[in-house]
Structures are given as structure tokens and as C-alpha cells.
Write a protein of this length. Structure first.
Length: 115
């Protein structure tokens, strides 16, 4: 099989060797290792990454993230508890009713309305 083409945006990568970092006076604020690897993105991509990073510190973003984490946790628990992704019969395809027969009742899936 051939290797997938790189579809990421262009970025310059740099590497500072150990001897440059070893004698630097600000090495402890720059890196925890002996060497420093840098990835420099194009300006608009860098600004977008910075904006998204600061947005992740807001309470609104954290609330959305917590809601998503709750949903993903519920799905994970349902999959682990019911074994929904495994066929009960060796060598056969998964039964057609398995996803619907092991789904939680609708009352546990409804979201509460905000007051």
C-alpha cells in the first residue's frame, strides 16, 4: 500500500541542536529537554490556533465540552455494558435487531429543558 499524501497545511519545522540549547540562559523557560523543536504555521493559521486556544478557556466552551463528554461517556457505557458491537454467534454477521433491542429506553435519553 502506498503512503497517503500529506494534506496538512504547510508549516516550517525547525530543530535547534543540543549544543545550542545547553548553554542558553533562558532554556528552562523555553524547553524541558536538551533540544528544541519548532513548528511555525502560516500567519492566518497561527492566529486561528491562538484564537481557538483562548476560546477554550471560556465558560461557554467548557459547558459545551462537558455536555459532549457526558454524551460520549453515556454511549461508551452502553457499548461496554451491552456488547452491542459484537455478534453473539461466531462466524455470523451481527443480528439486525441488536442495536435496537439493547438501546436504553427513551426516557433516559431525553434532555431536560432549560428553565
Amino acid at each position: 500500500m502506498g503512503q497517503q499524501p500529506d494534506t496538512r497545511s504547510p508549516a516550517d519545522r525547525g530543530h535547534l541542536p543540543e549544543w545550542d540549547c545547553r548553554t542558553c540562559k533562558v532554556r528552562t523557560s523555553c524547553t524541558s529537554g536538551f533540544t528544541r523543536r519548532l513548528t511555525l504555521h502560516p500567519r492566518d493559521e497561527h492566529e486561528l490556533l491562538q484564537h481557538q486556544s483562548t476560546e477554550q478557556e471560556t465558560d461557554a466552551w467548557k459547558r459545551r465540552s462537558n455536555k459532549r463528554a457526558g454524551v460520549e461517556g453515556t454511549i461508551s457505557q452502553a457499548v461496554r455494558t451491552t456488547g452491542i458491537r459484537r455478534s453473539r454467534y461466531r462466524g455470523q454477521a451481527k443480528p439486525g435487531l441488536s442495536p435496537t433491542s439493547s438501546a436504553p429506553p427513551p426516557s433516559t435519553c431525553t434532555a431536560s429543558k432549560p428553565t
